[in-house]
Design a protein around this ligand. Sequence first.
Ligand code: PLP
Length: 232
Amino acid sequence: MVEKNISEVKKRISEAAKAAGRNENEVTLIAVSKTKPVEMIKEAYDTGIRDFGENKVQEIMEKYPLLPSDIRWHLIGHLQTNKVKYIIDKVCMIHSVDSLKLAEEISRQAVKHNVTVDILIEVNVAAEVSKFGVRPEEAIDLCRNISTLPGIRIRGLMTVAPFTSDPEENRPVFCALRQLFVDIDGKNIDNVCMDCLSMGMSGDYTVAIEEGATFVRVGTSIFGQRDYGVER
Ligand SMILES: *Cc1c(COP(=O)(O)O)cnc(C)c1O
């Protein structure tokens, strides 16, 4: 089932990219494997997927030693400062940085482990009270402040758009994130390299690609519904 789902998702990614006049290679599919067992991750791995997304530190810690070392783990969920040390040398990118305090701890741990960590700034474009992320107008200052820290490299922006049954409703959200991305890029801040735009989930990734996504984070459409007894 996983294999079939992945080929369907890849087909839709390719079609959406083409429709938008983009090269499909500009879009990386992150298979969001939270709550899903290692066996299913292996199935996805065997189809060639190397980018996996998890939203909990504990879950990455458990899965990491059981799976191939060439997997690129993306932390996509809220990260508590006191847990940074556990995943600093395991993840390829942290998508959910939304405070200077968190960035400072990532920097501290990165220097300690002698690594450079790629991060995205999470932006709460739709200003939903239930969501993490900075407000769009705070993003530039946060980028400036983080850009001076060692061991950390800002690569772009991420957003979690509202849950909706009509993906078109999220087009303005994706469009706004893309605009902010271009604005920040135009500031030419030292040590900030805006080349990643993480937006789009199972319900709306084709629209996100049309609006410029370079990472789409797809869980349900690959692995099926999650067991809500397990999820936060
Ligand atoms: C769970 C999750 C996803 C995947 O959502 P689906 O709707 O299952 O594709 C993407 N991004 C984040 C931040 C998530 O927590």
